[in-house]
Design a protein around this ligand. Structure first.
Ligand SMILES: [Zn+2]
Length: 98
């Protein structure tokens, strides 16, 4: 199974990809990082390098626009959902002391 991408075959692939995209959004906006590769990796039990590899080879390179559309990242509903998710994650991290 060498070379099989852990993210592509992850049952929560879409959530992971969504978090990766949110990570870029918060970085662009200079917001507190809840979606760094490291934090995403911890949440889904994968390695940070697997996330970087998946992003570069399987999201960025093929059809990034199609992936964004498939994930509904530009829909107002998704943006609102992402905002709420950020808030609840923020509360969790706060209650864990960071
Ligand atoms: Zn992949």
């Amino acid at each position: 199974m060498a070379g099989r991408c852990k993210i592509c075959f992850h049952p929560k692939r879409l959530e992971i990809e969504n978090e990766i995209m949110m990570g870029f959004r918060e970085r662009i906006r200079g917001e507190r990082r809840l979606f760094s590769y490291r934090k995403i990796a911890l949440r889904y039990g994968v390695s940070k390098s697997a996330i970087g590899h998946h992003y570069r080879e399987h999201m960025l390179r093929p059809q990034a626009k199609e992936i964004r559309a498939a994930l509904g990242l530009d829909n107002p509903e998704t943006i609102e959902w992402a905002r709420q998710w950020r808030e609840s994650l923020g509360r969790i991290f706060k209650s864990n002391g960071g």
